[in-house]
Design a protein around this ligand. Structure first.
Ligand code: DTR
Length: 337
C-alpha cells in the first residue's frame, strides 16, 4: 500500500511537471554589453515584467555580455533564430536603418526619456521596412554623448589628432572637429582603452561607473553629442507562434519599457558622474557657448546627408525629421525640460 502511494505521488508529480513544461514557453534574449550596463538592466526589467504579466506563461532566459550573440552578429542572429530576442545598437550597422538612424542625428536631445519616447512614436508611426523582418518589442536610446579621456580635452582645439572610440554619427562629428574617431562597439572598448589603441571614448556617462572607465579616463568633457538609438527585436516566426494574449501583453509593454529605460538612464548618468568624482576625483570640463555653436555648425551637414540617404531609401525624410522634432518639443514640454 505504501509503495502504491509513493508510486501514485511520483506519477502525479511527473504529470504536474510535464503540464508546467507544456504551459511555459522559454524565450532566449541576447545582449552584447556586460550585465552591469543599462541595456542589460533594462533587459532584466523587461524579463521580470513579462514573467509577471504573463503569469509565468513566458519565461525569459537572458544572455548578457555577448555570451549568446555579440554586437555585430545580433541582427542576423535574431533573424536566423540563434536567439529569440536580441538588443541592437542601430549605429553599429551603418546604412542598415535609414529611417530610425534619424534618432542618432545632432538635434540636441538632452534627455533619454524624451529621446526614447520620441523614438517609440516615430517607430510606431512609420513602421519602416528596415525592421520589417523582425518584431520590434521596444526601443530606447542612450543619453547624450560626452568625451571621457585619459588626456584632458579642455577646449575643442585639444581634440586635434586624439584617437577616440565612437560609432555612428558621433564618429563623423569627431572627424569634423579634427579628432581621430575609431569605430567599434562598446563591448570592444575596454580592451582598446587598456591597450592604448584609443585615448578615450565618446558615449554617455553611465559607462564611467558601469565599465569602471572612470579609473582610466580621469577627464570628462561635456559636449552633448547625439544619443544612440537601440531596438529590442524578436525573431518573426517565433513571434508569430505566440498566442494572441501573450502578444498583446508584450505589445502593451513596449512603450512602458521605453519610458522606464529613459527614466532609469537619466537618473543613472548623474549617479555615475557623482560616483566617478568621489571614487577617482575625475575632472569635468565644460565648453564655451561659442564652442557648442562650432560643434553645431560642423555637424549640421550630417542632417543633410541623412536626408539624402533616407530619400534614396524611398523614405519621406522631411516628414520623419519634422515629426521627430515636433515629438521632441512635445515631450520636452511634458517632462518640464
Ligand atoms: N553611447 C553608445 C551607447 C551606449 C551608452 N552606454 C552604453 C553601455 C553599453 C553599451 C552601449 C552603450 C555607445 O557608445 O555605443
Amino acid at each position: 500500500m505504501r509503495t502504491l502511494t509513493i508510486l501514485l505521488a511520483a506519477a502525479a508529480m511527473a504529470c504536474l511537471m510535464a503540464a508546467t513544461a507544456v504551459a511555459a514557453t522559454t524565450l532566449t534574449y541576447a545582449n552584447f554589453p556586460p550585465a552591469s550596463t543599462f541595456p542589460c538592466i533594462q533587459m532584466e526589467r523587461w524579463k521580470d515584467e513579462v514573467e509577471k504579466r504573463t503569469g509565468g506563461a513566458l519565461v525569459i532566459q537572458t544572455f548578457p555580455g555577448s555570451t549568446l550573440l555579440g554586437a555585430k552578429n545580433m541582427l542576423r542572429g535574431v533573424q536566423t533564430g540563434q536567439a529569440d530576442i536580441g538588443c541592437i545598437s542601430l549605429p553599429y550597422y551603418p546604412g542598415v536603418f535609414p529611417a530610425m538612424s534619424a534618432l542618432n542625428l545632432p538635434v540636441a536631445f538632452a534627455s533619454t526619456t524624451v529621446a526614447s519616447l520620441t523614438m517609440w512614436d516615430i517607430y510606431q508611426k512609420y513602421q519602416p521596412a528596415e525592421l520589417a523582418e523582425v518584431k520590434v518589442l521596444t526601443v530606447f536610446t542612450s543619453a547624450p554623448s560626452n568625451i571621457m579621456s585619459r588626456v584632458p580635452i579642455r577646449q575643442l582645439s585639444d581634440l586635434r589628432g586624439v584617437e577616440l572610440r565612437a560609432s555612428g554619427s558621433v564618429l563623423d562629428i569627431l572627424s569634423a572637429l579634427g579628432a581621430r574617431g575609431v569605430g567599434m562597439p562598446m563591448s570592444q572598448t575596454p580592451e582598446a582603452l587598456q591597450k592604448g589603441v584609443v585615448k578615450g571614448l565618446v558615449s554617455s556617462f553611465d559607462v564611467l561607473k558601469d565599465f569602471n572607465f572612470a579609473e582610466l579616463c580621469r577627464f570628462e568633457t561635456i559636449t552633448n553629442l547625439p544619443v544612440y538609438p537601440f531596438a529590442v527585436i524578436m525573431n518573426k516566426a517565433r513571434w508569430d507562434s505566440l498566442p494572441d494574449d501573450v502578444k498583446k501583453t508584450l505589445d502593451d509593454l513596449g512603450r512602458d519599457q521605453a519610458l522606464w529605460t529613459g527614466q532609469y538612464l537619466d537618473r543613472h548618468i548623474h549617479d555615475s558622474l557623482e560616483w566617478s568624482r568621489e571614487q577617482y576625483q575625475v575632472e569635468v570640463f565644460t565648453l564655451t557657448g561659442a564652442e557648442h555653436e562650432e560643434i553645431r555648425v560642423m555637424s549640421a551637414g550630417l542632417i543633410d546627408q541623412w536626408k539624402a540617404d533616407a530619400l534614396k531609401a524611398g523614405l519621406d525624410a522631411d516628414a520623419i525629421l519634422a515629426d521627430m522634432l515636433a515629438l521632441k518639443a512635445k515631450y520636452e514640454a511634458e517632462q518640464g525640460e
